[in-house]
Write a protein that binds this ligand. Structure first.
Ligand SMILES: O=C(O)CCC(=O)C(=O)O
Length: 276
């Protein structure tokens, strides 16, 4: 298995090379679903090529997959979480609620999303990392908890690291498109480097965003236990189809192999005493 880089790619030069690399190669026409691949299969077919994939069966037997709504309510009902309030990302307020208050608010039809919370210490022992990468690639604050009602979700954006989404309860739909589609997605400067976009991948308004006609969005439908790998730079938009609980594992790095970037990764590895 090839050794992979360690650098967090928050340099605009990295993103430019990532975009140029994708502009020069054919894009996938669908997102593969692969049952429990070996680490070699995952690295060689997906991570090094920067290709998204849904891995199935990987979380079978993990403690987290025994979570149920009644158990979450009972064990973590008094735990406080941050919530996003309101339907529009750019105009939303942030609030704080216990899990029980939050689940009750969803039942009343309120537009709140318990998004992107650090995992509370009491829950940590139940969490395992996806086994494909050594533990040093993960970091505690990179594991995030998302609980949302039907219709909640995240607008189209990209992240600056590789990322796994583990869907725990409910169904989630994710639409993705390749990193080089930036010019057709109408950047929306709500949070700078994240590359938020005004285009809706689920319901594009071609009258307002005509260039979006050129974009092919790929669908990934996630059921409980599905693990979606989103490589750095891939745009994604999320729609929760039911009451959903999911976890994110944001990594320290991008594993896409880029020719220009590789010498800098090698230098970083040497500086850290890691022999390639
Ligand atoms: O699950 C969600 O609503 C959003 C997840 C997301 O945006 C991400 O993983 O970057």
């Amino acid at each position: 298995m090839a050794r992979l880089g360690l650098m967090r790619p928050d340099d605009p030069e990295f993103l430019r090379e990532l975009e140029a690399t994708w502009a020069a190669k054919p894009k996938p026409s669908m997102i593969d679903r692969i049952p429990r691949p070996t680490a070699e299969e995952f690295h060689d077919t997906y991570a090094r090529r920067g290709l998204p994939v849904v891995l199935t069966g990987v979380a079978d037997g993990w403690p987290i997959m025994t979570w149920t709504w009644p158990r979450l309510r009972q064990q973590y009902g008094d735990t406080k979480f941050e919530v996003r309030v309101g339907p529009d990302y750019d105009a939303m307020q942030r609030g704080s609620m216990t899990l029980v208050e939050y689940l009750d608010a969803i039942e009343r039809g309120e537009q709140v999303y318990m998004a992107n919370n650090p995992v509370p210490a009491t829950l940590r022992p139940e969490i395992q990392y996806p086994p494909y990468l050594d533990q040093a690639r993960y970091y505690d604050r990179g594991v995030r908890l998302w609980i949302g009602g039907s219709g909640s979700g995240a607008h189209l954006h990209r992240d600056l690291t590789d990322n796994f989404i583990l869907n725990v309860l409910g169904r989630k739909r994710v639409m993705l498109c390749a990193p080089d589609q930036t010019p057709h997605l109408y950047a929306w400067e709500v949070h700078g480097m994240l590359g938020s976009c005004k285009v809706s991948a689920f319901d594009p308004d071609y009258r307002r965003h005509p260039a979006a006609r050129r974009v092919t969005f790929l669908n990934a439908s996630l059921s409980p236990g599905d693990l979606l790998y989103i490589p750095c730079g891939w745009y994604h938009q999320v729609d929760n189809l039911d009451l959903v609980c999911s976890l994110n594992f944001f990594l320290m790095d991008s594993f896409a192999e880029l020719s220009h970037w590789q010498p800098r990764r090698d230098a970083e590895r040497l500086a850290k005493g890691i022999v390639p």
